[in-house]
Design a binder for this molecule. Structure first.
Ligand code: HEM
Ligand code: MG
Length: 334
């Protein structure tokens, strides 16, 4: 049975996380890294298995311990990713590309492609990774990182802070509208894009610094996290559990409807069926009834059982709270 998620941290204050027990090591042949600089760093320091294949419980444990990510956020992101990118029978997920190390695949249309899989979780207009249309949606992209630095200099005095995040998020969306004929900015990407824009100043800034959203992330440390999957020397995690704050503020500075380019570049068109900030419930219901159900139309046996269990863990993590959105049971109950 897929185990219940690990509990919140017992000690949830700041502490040294680049410690003796978690040394950075270079990747070995076959080790997997992917589009998430947070999980990449945790794997390269041994908070996650260094080969880049992990269980949801290991990921939840690691993001709490290594970055003080709040329990609900950790569970929400992890079960969402596992439901679309992981192997629900073996309970293993690749933090990057598809691998045989997650075990035997269930029948298509299931993908089990790891976090690199485009459009089910990974999506367009990332800050330091290119759009899938251009051929690589997961590797560190130096050109994009140069722009990250440029914006940090221009809007954050050399730091990636809330002001930088706001301008860069807008810039990356405009860039994708103008260059990527397949640009897709519908849910869930609509939400993850704004959330992830808050992560660098939330999780990559030392926990002993106060007002971290204003202070921001310096470019030396940004390079370590985004490019090298590496904690700075003497790095301390945030002082309290957090999900990253400011997503709605970043959105509100340049509001945009959820939508996509429908007919080539510069044809961005709102999609009223997509969830957005005015209808967060739809994020949950569409993800379950469309995205997950699309990958698993008719599961049986252990696969069906584990889908039901993982969907339950996912629902319990939903930030809208139990009761706000009615729970969906596309595969019935156990
Ligand atoms: C991006 C998964 C936790 C920082 C991503 C992406 C995925 C992902 C699939 C790619 C989305 C995209 O840009 O297209 C996860 C999962 C997590 C998790 C399943 C489990 C809780 C974290 C943590 C941090 C983090 C703890 C920070 C310490 C980031 C950042 C990006 C990102 C900054 C954006 C990268 C960019 O735009 O260039 N994550 N992540 N993530 N993640 Fe994570
Ligand atoms: Mg992306």
């Amino acid at each position: 049975l897929p185990p219940s998620p690990p509990p919140p941290l017992k000690f949830n204050g700041t502490k040294l996380v680049n410690d003796r027990d978690h040394p950075w090591k270079p990747i070995r042949k076959g080790d997997i890294r992917g589009p998430c600089p947070g999980l990449n760093t945790l794997a390269s320091h041994g908070y996650l298995p260094r080969d880049g294949v992990a269980t949801p419980s290991q990921i939840i444990e690691a993001v709490q311990e290594g970055f003080n990510m709040a329990s609900a956020t950790a569970r929400f992101a992890t079960y969402a990713a596992h439901l679309v990118d992981g192997n629900l029978v073996t309970d293993l997920l690749s933090i990057g590309g598809k691998t045989r190390r997650t075990g035997v695949d269930p029948p298509p249309p299931a993908i089990v492609g790891g976090l690199n899989t485009h459009s089910v979780f990974e999506g367009d207009s990332s800050m330091t990774r290119g759009d899938d249309f251009f051929g690589d949606n997961h590797s560190f992209n130096q050109t994009l990182f140069d722009q990250f630095v440029e914006y940090s200099n221009k809007y954050g005095g050399g730091f990636y802070n809330l002001a930088t995040a706001t301008e860069l998020r807008h810039r990356r969306i405009q860039e994708s509208i103008a260059t990527n004929p397949q640009f897709d900015f519908t849910s869930p990407r609509f939400f993850t894009a704004f959330a992830e824009s808050t992560f660098p100043y939330t999780f990559f800034v030392d926990g002993r610094i106060s007002d971290r959203a204003t202070a921001g992330l310096d470019m030396t440390n940004a390079t370590l996290f985004f490019r090298d999957s590496k904690y700075p020397l003497d790095f301390w995690r945030p002082p309290a559990p957090t999900g990253g704050t400011g997503a709605l503020q970043i959105f509100s500075a340049y509001p945009i409807a959820a939508g996509r380019n429908v007919n080539g570049v510069n044809t961005f068109t709102p999609d009223p069926t997509s969830a957005d900030f005015s209808n967060i419930c739809l994020l949950y219901t569409n993800f379950v009834n469309k995205t997950v159900k699309g990958l698993y139309p008719n599961p049986t046996g252990v696969l069906r059982r584990n889908l039901i269990i993982n969907l339950g863990y996912f629902y319990n993590a939903f930030p809208g709270g139990v009761g706000e959105c009615p729970e969906q049971f596309p595969y019935g109950t156990l």
